[in-house]
Design a protein around this ligand. Structure first.
Ligand SMILES: [Zn+2]
Length: 409
């Protein structure tokens, strides 16, 4: 049966001017037509299922590039990840991917979960056993011995060990390689202000990943770690916090390296909504993270944006206070704090993130021939970005998973 979606306007994800009184025709899970309602040929469409949302906006499904599906997102997420069993992790994961999809995310990338949890879960979603978005997964992150996220990572110290770890993840079925290039706040005692790997070890990971047609995403807080990642040719930087090596300093922003990120076309996921959610949910941080000076942090991100750096939308969902249905906070914070336009933030959350993940041929924009990953938002997000919190209807690969406010999964 054909599915016809109608709404007051359509945002296609490319940044183009919205189409008024829009309609999309879906056949066999794919978009067959993007048009205006008065141009729809309804003559032979008596059997069509029609969803018509007055006041609504059609747009591509959200693309979330950074989750950890077996982390609990609660205040004691660290205790959970260090004490629970793989069976409990799997149940957390089932709940997480359902929550991700229910928020309007139709494609997600998991950037670090145990292999024995994430690979079966991805398979279960593809087989229709549990509901979830299209998934790309890194499996276990690669880190140093005792390094950031070692409790669910593969430990590798030398360049040879790094290559072995990359090949091990490839063999397990990873779609991406995740490397922890500096310490992280989630893992006590690791140093957020210092690199975990020298350039040559990161370069070994990039070269072997590229040989296997994979891309590398690297966690990096310290400026020295950002520079190492840029020098090594890492494809996607996570956090990119530019933290000063000196604990008495805050940031050590390097404009020349920001220009190099832009020139290389490196995608940056600044996980910028995480601080806001900690604020909203009342987390008191005892150690200094990048949000200790949020005003300067957003000035730096805005400067990177002005230099042409490509931003993608990752939450780090599963980390403390970052729930799996929080996606809409990311574009909201981009608009409110980075001061980019709602349409620019929407393009980051759809087309740019799909391009980063290597799935732009399949999804990320509303065009004939692509998979029918479509949302209807109540309201107009091009005018008020906060309306992205009110997802009326969700279609994933042609299947209606939320219909006019009612969740069907
Ligand atoms: Zn993460």
């Amino acid at each position: 049966m054909r599915l016809i979606l109608k709404a007051n306007r359509l945002i296609d994800g490319t940044g183009a001017v919205p189409i008024e009184n829009a309609a999309i025709v879906v056949e066999d899970g794919r978009i067959s037509e993007v048009t205006q309602q008065d141009k729809l040929d309804t003559g032979d469409r008596d059997d069509s299922d029609v969803i018509d949302v007055s006041g609504g906006t059609l747009m591509p499904g959200f693309i979330e590039v950074h989750t950890h599906i077996h982390c609990s997102a609660q205040a004691d997420a660290y205790r959970h990840i260090t004490t629970e069993s793989d069976e409990v992790f799997l149940m957390r994961g089932v709940q997480a991917v359902r929550a991700v999809l229910s928020s309007g995310v139709t494609t997600m990338r998991d950037l670090g979960s145990r292999n024995q949890v994430i690979f079966p879960l991805k398979q279960a979603v593809e087989d229709g056993i549990v509901p979830g978005p299209r998934m790309l997964v890194a499996g276990t992150p690669i880190t140093t011995t005792g390094g950031h996220c070692n409790m669910f990572g593969t430990e590798a110290d030398t360049s040879d060990e790094m290559v072995t770890a990359v090949r091990g993840q490839f063999k397990s079925g990873a779609d991406w390689i995740k490397v922890m290039s500096t310490g992280g706040g989630f893992t006590p005692g690791t140093n957020v202000r210092a690199p975990q790997y020298p350039v040559e070890t990161l370069r070994a990971a990039v070269q072997d990943a590229e040989r296997l047609n994979l891309r590398v995403a690297a966690h990096c807080h310290a400026s020295a770690g950002v520079r190492n990642c840029v020098d090594a040719g890492v494809h996607n930087l996570i956090h990119c916090s530019w933290l000063d090596e000196d604990p008495n300093g805050m940031f050590d922003y390097d404009e020349d390296y920001a220009d190099r990120l832009a020139e290389a076309g490196t995608w940056v996921d600044p996980t910028l909504a995480l601080g806001r959610l900690n604020q909203i949910r009342g987390r008191v941080r005892t150690t200094g993270g990048p949000m200790r000076d949020p005003v300067r942090r957003f000035e730096i991100l805005r400067d990177m944006w002005d230099r042409g750096v490509k931003f993608v939308t990752g939450m780090d969902a599963g980390m403390t206070n970052a729930n799996f249905d929080d996606f809409a906070y990311i574009p909201q914070v981009m608009v409110e704090d980075m001061r980019i336009s709602p349409m620019e933030a929407i393009v980051c959350a759809t087309q740019t993130s799909a391009d980063c993940l290597g799935v732009l041929d399949e999804t990320g924009t509303l065009e004939a021939g692509k998979a029918a990953d479509i949302l209807i938002i109540d309201g107009n997000p091009a005018e008020d970005i906060a309306t992205l919190h009110t997802v009326n209807t969700i279609v994933k690969q042609g299947t209606v998973v939320k219909r006019e406010g009612e969740l069907l999964i």
